[in-house]
Design a protein around this ligand. Structure first.
Ligand code: FE2
Length: 299
């Protein structure tokens, strides 16, 4: 059974905030949210108060991820599940609630090193999402703002935490070879989105825990237009246009100013309940996603 959760927001600590302002506005087509009570700048891809919460600092990595429960009751169930699974669950303070613009919050450390916050009641923005760069906007209703993918050197502990503490359900997993290095990635859902979280076993030590964050738009044309904007902005394209094998997402990956990647996609398959397609895949993509330039694939 899925957990009545969706990805609410991701907290990013980046060295160059100004570069992200241009990247989010002019390339991705996000719109600014209000600055938080604790001074973070925010961006959004729908009508919620914030989806990306940015502070300036050297990490160039995700520093927290919020999972939103659908109701106060679902929040209570999620917290009880985490405690029962043995997690150390820290109650959010009044100032935490104000900073995240939520009605309830608990925080937990994770085996992959980026704290997870379970929240409910994420505030609605004062105005709807609207950007001429992304007609129709992004697919978020009931699915959260997108997905996040982390890397870890302890996939077994991460897998246990994702399932038993957060209550996610594995959608499928990938076992393949990346330039001669073994790669295993596990994909987890908690709503109709094929995966809200994925965790990869890093074949080599990587400088960041966050591999990429994904936003899903409503048309193939929007993906193509975003590709052109990224290309024209001179951003490294980690993986050009392609279609994933497991979630069937049509997408490309660009390297953000912080080094982790952003996947811009459209058309992923969704999860049917009960889910009966949890199986192994041996390739990342049906076609495409060719590496053009990234720290791992120098062009
Ligand atoms: Fe992805």
């Amino acid at each position: 059974m899925t957990a009545d959760l969706e990805v609410a927001y991701v907290g990013l600590e980046v060295a160059d905030l100004a570069a992200f302002e241009s990247f989010f506005t002019n390339v991705i087509g996000l719109v600014p949210g209000d600055t938080t009570a604790d001074g973070a700048v925010t961006w959004r891809n729908d009508d919620r108060a914030h989806r990306f919460i940015l502070t300036e600092g050297p990490a160039n990595d995700a520093v927290f991820v919020g999972f939103e429960a659908a109701s106060a009751e679902a929040f209570g169930r999620a917290v009880a599940r985490a405690r029962k699974a043995g997690a150390t669950v820290v109650e959010g303070t009044t100032s935490d609630l104000a900073a995240r613009r939520v009605d309830g919050l608990v925080r937990m450390e994770t085996p992959w090193g980026v704290p997870v916050e379970i929240v409910y009641g994420l505030a609605v923005a004062p105005s709807p999402y609207d950007s001429p760069l992304v007609p129709g906007g992004f697919l978020t209703k009931g699915q959260g703002f997108g997905h996040v993918v982390f890397v870890t050197d302890d996939l077994d502990s991460a897998d246990r935490f994702a399932r038993e503490v957060i209550g996610l359900v594995q959608s499928d997993w990938l076992e393949t070879d990346l330039g001669g290095l073994p790669l295993t990635v596990r994909f987890y859902h908690c709503n109709a989105r094929h995966h809200s979280l994925a965790i990869g076993a890093a074949p080599i030590p990587l400088p960041q825990k966050l591999h990429h964050v994904m936003v899903e738009t409503v048309s193939q044309d929007n993906v193509g237009s975003a590709f052109d904007r990224a290309w024209n902005a001179g951003l490294p394209i980690a993986n050009a246009l392609g279609k994933h094998d497991n979630d069937k997402m049509f997408s490309f990956y660009m390297v953000t100013p912080a080094g982790f990647q952003l996947e811009f996609g459209y058309g992923a398959r969704t999860i049917d309940e009960p889910w009966r397609d949890d199986r192994r895949y041996d390739r990342i993509s049906e076609w495409g996603h060719q590496p053009i330039a990234s720290p791992l694939h120098q062009s």
